[in-house]
Design a protein around this ligand. Structure first.
Ligand SMILES: [Fe+2]
Length: 195
């Protein structure tokens, strides 16, 4: 079975005015689709063709197959981290875990934004959970992701320029402000409880 591009969980204009329909059209229909198509071409007739995305990511050596598989997974995950019903506050037990690691939700957001600002080049910023239930921020470069580091992803922000250049040009800080307006904390809470 080829790897498929999942549909967006909201209409293209559902995240406006924070992320435009044009951004979602390019980001999902062009960039995300390209990773899916490229991956399917690369794994055709190989041992990876019958494997899940997660297995490919954890077993493929660093290279084109890993890069495209991880970019597909990262984008599948990113779209679920966004919602038209943003402006949420975290609830327990995730809220407790965030307070314990960062002091408060506001301090967590400030550190997450700083990690995005400090990331040189392209990549992703994640809220992750370890085996003991402790949450932390992980910044990964290029396609790299928490699965490769034995961490459970709870939340991510795509900080490749294609995620924000149409709406915010080179202003990553404004994109980060917009991200929190459409951030899906209910999804992060679900991930925290289920893993
Ligand atoms: Fe992206």
């Amino acid at each position: 079975m080829p790897i498929e591009l999942p549909s967006l969980p909201y209409p293209k204009n559902g995240l406006e005015p924070y992320l435009s329909a044009e951004t979602l059209e390019f980001h999902h229909d062009k960039h995300h689709q390209k990773y899916v198509s490229k991956l399917n071409g690369l794994i055709k007739d190989t041992e990876f063709a019958a494997q899940s995305l997660e297995t490919i990511i954890t077993t493929a050596p660093i290279g084109p197959i890993f890069n495209n598989a991880a970019q597909v997974w990262n984008h599948n995950f990113y779209w679920r981290c966004l919602t038209p019903n943003g402006e949420q506050q975290p609830e327990d037990p995730l809220a407790e875990a965030i307070d314990s690691s960062f002091g408060s939700y506001d301090q967590f957001k400030a550190q997450f934004n700083q990690a995005a600002t400090d990331l040189f080049g392209v990549g992703w910023v994640w809220l992750v959970k370890d085996g003991a239930g402790v949450v932390s921020i992980l910044a990964t470069k290029d396609a790299d992701n928490p699965l490769k580091h034995g961490r459970i992803a709870l939340l991510t922000c795509d900080v490749w320029e294609h995620a924000f250049y149409i709406d915010y040009r080179n202003d990553k800080a404004r994109y980060m402000q917009a991200f929190w307006q459409v951030c899906n904390l209910r999804f992060a809470e679900e991930r925290y409880r289920a893993n």
